[in-house]
Design a protein. Structure first.
Lengths: 440, 194, 337
């Protein structure tokens, strides 16, 4: 297998060896679970239960609030103790359904299509995915059934499964591919069936040889191509995967479906398999808990809605005020002020860093060294975008394609002057959107 | 032919009016904030230089020399240049109002631009014939345009830089102009050995 | 006197001048341009700050907009009423100037009142800080104090205190709106310049939650609303109503237990925020006023019990009782300064 790659990118220290070989363990469910109604892109879900109701594990407790929305299910059996605003991982208070766990785990009944799912038509399968509340588990949390319903004028010829997991420290997808390889492959075949796409590709970074072997084995007998990707961040970005696996370039401002491709995360594929074959909704996910301040790192099957504080208790962490708590990975995750936030569908990892790893150096002036330009996987000039952002030169920023930036952080990582480029470019993007709204 | 080529090359590079002779610094610094205005200004100066140098040449040879009134050279040249600039101003206001707004005060300032008067006087000093005068004007205004547009490009980049407080504004612009001037000194080797 | 040379020089100059003037007058006819001299006159009277508060790109854009009819003559905040009237004169319309406004930061919670709960490292910009898990401040609605509004203000009207709070100088503020637009928490609001009392808090959460994050936040006790009809409750937050026309007595600020209400008749804003002596003085006056109120209520109660002890109501006694409505436990609306 030859190794495929994309333009730009960086090579951060991965630190995955701490958890890559640890089998995923189920985490004991907490006494209280907090399920935010908005844990996905799109309209928040609408609660279908009221305070005081009893719920079963697997029961739907919130319906999608629109087409681009997702359902929410109870990961435990118990009672609804409240529906109120609670702190979430992006710093705001969001309406959430709070469940009091009765620790009985009484499950509702499930009805899947079994191995004969290929008899069903695309619409039925898509509907099952929607009812299972599946969203992109790679971190974007985009409702999957929407991605499985491209406009009729777009023909999809290839589906790529993202097994790259390029984010440092995280090994959730890696473990999933080792432990549920058949589910991942089956999920890909279901997605291909729904979209009518003849080609299926699973891309895995070369630093996971065991996963490559496991998936290749599960895919024998199918036309699915398993490819080895260069170990580079952000190999897991959609456009980077398409460039590496198929050598196609998605034009600026366009989507993968415009070049006939749809990309899904391995976790999403496995969840789709479970939804279609077993009829099980999305109730839990693998979360890697690691970091320099964690003395017992692990990969856990965590029920959605579990407070991060509860997870940390089980891992012997030392979260000091001067340390850092990150939800997600160190490149694209969000630092938190406290641990009273729930694990949601997009939480792939919980990272706790010691104070010495948490400080950043103050920024110094840009000397046009060009390292950011070398690193950018989207063909942008981050130095220029940062200057436009700082000087609030909005038309110039728009012309320099600031909106194409996927905020991967490669430029900020590469910058020797420690300029906070991602923050600056985010400000430029916000200004561009504000200016566009003003014009309307 | 070779002579014409040498004249143009010399006027544009080795003896660039702005960067080597240091004439016309006022519009050079005043209109070089954006490359688009710099281009417009260069076109205006090209026109003025052409018309003014031909007119002054003709007046010198057919009105001043026969009457042995060469001492009137300076004042007559200024008169001609001022009128030419007035005409150019009216034409630009009619044909391109945005350019007229953008150039602002610097358009009438071409009148006192020493580059134009310098060109007229140099034509007489170097004893050029009419053909040489025309090409000297083309070379001079071409060199002016080159310096102006180059500098405008540099200043657009300077806008994005984090310049130390003491150097912000005209200070860093002048330092950059000096370095650009040094760079143009590198063309000295192109001068013919005469 | 006039030698040959002088005459010759004059002749040459004169003839060249004549030729040139003929050429120029021909040129003027060919290149005649219709200019609207109103543009230049407008540019003369406009402030020239190019702040963009009118919504147009700079003063020249606004002047052109006025001539095109796309700009409202009252749209220039730095120019204020004087410029509005001048614009009217040039454009030939009679204009009534709008009410002068001023921007006020609706937060008094600096680091000592509303301490940060985390250490924010990154771009010193409030919008950037707000984007990282809502910023490091304990209060999710309060001023982050990183100076984004200060950078946006072209009139140098905003200072950031050492304790992390933005303060607007009402004399320099021209209400152009740049700071209001850029504040990620929309803390800055426009108020009429003649308003002297402001509620410096925008936190709408429940009293217990507000108290947990800030010592000067509004806890919706409603005491101030009883001092003046202009102070009304917007759910759980006290606000100065723009519609109601009533006086706001000094007791409004004095009655607030949190010290959220700022009265510029009593203190300067910078003293109120920064000077501990001003706060101590305020606390003393608060105590003094409370003591006075207590005494007044006691006196009113005594008078009421005295009037009850008397036989059936004579007209005078009734009028007396009505004149002092302070018989309920809350301070009356007519409290003195």
């Amino acid at each position: 297998m030859s190794i495929l790659t994309f333009r730009g990118g960086i090579h951060p220290r991965y630190n995955k060896e701490r958890t890559a070989a640890l089998a995923t363990k189920p985490l004991a469910a907490p006494d209280e679970l907090v399920l935010p109604l908005s844990q996905h892109i799109g309209a928040p879900a609408v609660a279908t239960v009221s305070v005081g109701d009893t719920v079963l594990r697997g029961q739907t407790i919130a319906q999608p609030g629109g087409f681009v929305s997702a359902a929410i299910h109870a990961p435990v059996s118990g009672t609804v103790s409240a529906i109120e605003p609670r702190p979430t991982g992006n710093g705001t208070l969001g309406d959430a359904i709070v469940l009091a766990n009765d620790h009985q785990d009484t499950e509702t009944s499930y009805s899947g299509l079994g191995e004969d799912w290929a008899q069903a038509d695309a619409a039925t399968l898509r509907d099952m995915v929607a009812r299972a509340g599946i969203v992109g588990l790679g971190g974007a949390a985009f409702p999957s059934h929407v991605k499985l319903a491209p406009p009729p004028d777009r023909t999809i010829d290839t589906v790529i499964i993202n097994g790259a997991e390029c984010e440092p420290w995280l090994t959730a997808d890696h473990r999933l591919m080792l432990e549920s390889a058949t589910a991942v492959v089956s999920g890909l075949r279901i997605i291909q069936h729904i979209l009518g796409a003849p080609n299926g590709v699973i891309g895995i970074e070369a630093n996971k040889p065991d996963a490559l072997r496991a998936i290749s084995q599960a895919a024998t007998g199918t036309p699915i191509r398993v490819v080895s990707l260069a170990v580079k961040y952000p190999q897991g970005g959609e456009k980077q995967l398409i460039s590496a696996c198929l050598k196609r370039r998605v034009p600026q401002g366009k989507l993968p479906m415009d070049v006939g491709v749809v990309v899904h995360n391995t976790g999403t594929a496995a969840a789709i398999h479970r939804a279609v074959v077993d009829g099980r909704p999305l109730l839990e996910r693998i979360v890697t808990v690691t970091g320099t301040a964690v003395s017992q790192p692990a990969n856990y099957w965590v029920r959605l809605g579990t407070p991060v504080a509860h997870v940390l208790q089980h891992c012997q962490t030392e979260l000091t005020p001067a340390g850092k708590l990150i939800l997600g990975g160190p490149m694209m995750g969000i630092a938190q002020k406290h641990a009273d936030i729930p694990v949601v569908k997009s939480t792939s990892g919980i990272l706790v860093l010691q104070p010495k790893d948490a400080t950043t150096r103050p920024a110094s002036p840009c000397i046009r060294c060009g390292r950011c330009v070398d690193a950018c996987p989207m063909f942008l000039v981050p130095q220029e975008l940062g200057a436009f952002a700082r000087l609030r030169m909005i038309p110039e920023a728009r012309a320099a394609a600031a909106l194409d930036c996927m905020e991967c952080g490669s430029c900020a990582h590469a910058c020797p002057a420690h300029i906070p480029l991602v923050q600056l470019i985010r400000l430029a993007k916000a200004d561009i959107h504000a200016a566009a709204r003003k014009k309307m | 032919m070779k002579e014409i080529f040498v004249i143009v090359l010399m006027a544009m590079l080795t003896e660039n009016f702005v960067l080597a002779k240091f004439l016309g610094i006022c519009p050079f610094l005043g209109v070089s904030k954006k490359t688009s205005t710099a281009l417009g200004m260069s076109m205006a100066v090209l026109f003025v230089m052409m018309v003014a140098s031909i007119l002054t040449f003709l007046i010198h040879h057919f009105a001043l020399v026969p009457f042995r009134a060469e001492y009137l050279q300076t004042i007559v040249f200024i008169l001609v240049i001022a009128s030419t600039v007035q005409l150019t101003e009216m034409a630009i206001q009619k044909m391109s109002p945005p350019l007229y707004q953008a150039l602002g005060i610097f358009l009438p300032l071409i009148t006192t631009n020493c580059a134009v008067l310098g060109l007229a006087v140099l034509n007489i000093q170097n004893d050029y014939r009419l053909l040489q005068v025309i090409f000297y004007a083309i070379g001079a205004s071409g060199g002016f345009a080159l310096a102006l547009i180059l500098f405008a490009g540099l200043r657009e980049k300077l806008e994005l830089a984090e310049v130390p407080q003491a150097f912000r504004g005209p200070a860093i612009a002048l330092v950059t102009a000096g370095i650009l001037s040094l760079a143009f000194m590198g063309f000295t080797g192109l001068a013919p050995a005469s | 006197m006039f030698t040959n040379e002088t005459l010759l020089a004059l002749a040459i100059l004169g003839s060249i001048g004549l030729v040139m003037s003929v050429l120029l007058s021909i040129g003027k006819r060919i290149f005649a341009v219709e200019t609207d001299d109103r543009f230049d006159r407008l540019m003369d009277i406009l402030p020239g700050a190019n702040c963009g508060g009118c919504g147009f790109p700079g003063c020249s854009g606004f002047a052109q907009g006025l001539i095109d009819g796309t700009a409202k003559p009252t749209a220039c905040p730095p120019g204020g009423p004087e410029v509005t009237v001048l614009i009217g004169e040039i454009m030939g319309v009679k204009l009534t100037p709008g009410e002068p406004m001023v921007a006020v930061v609706g937060c008094a919670g600096d680091h000592s009142a509303a301490p940060p709960v985390a250490n924010y490292q990154g771009l010193r910009d409030c919008r950037a800080a707000h984007a990282v898990a809502g910023g490091a401040k304990s209060c999710a609605y309060g001023c982050l104090g990183l100076g984004t509004c200060q950078t946006a203000c072209v009139f140098d009207a905003i200072t950031i205190t050492d304790t992390g709070l933005a303060i607007i100088d009402r004399d320099k503020c021209t209400a152009c709106g740049a700071c209001i637009e850029i504040c990620p928490r929309q803390i800055i609001r426009l108020h009429p310049k003649r308003d002297e009392v402001h509620v410096l808090c925008i936190n709408p959460d429940k009293p217990k939650e507000v108290k947990a994050v800030c010592t000067v936040g509004c806890t919706a006790c409603k005491l101030c609303t009883r001092q003046s009809e202009r102070l009304v409750m917007d759910e759980r937050l006290a606000v100065v109503s723009p519609e109601v026309k009533a006086d706001i007595p000094a007791s409004c600020a004095l009655v607030c237990p949190q010290g959220t209400i700022f009265d510029l008749r009593q203190y300067a804003l910078s003293d109120w925020i920064l000077d501990p002596a001003a706060r101590r003085d305020f606390e003393q006056r608060q105590e003094a006023w409370k003591a006075e109120e207590k005494a007044r209520k006691a006196a009113a109660r005594e008078k009421k019990s005295a009037s009850k002890a008397k036989p059936k109501a004579a007209p005078d006694t009734n009028t007396d009782a009505n004149a002092e409505p302070g018989t309920d436990a809350t301070p009356s609306a007519g409290g003195e300064a």
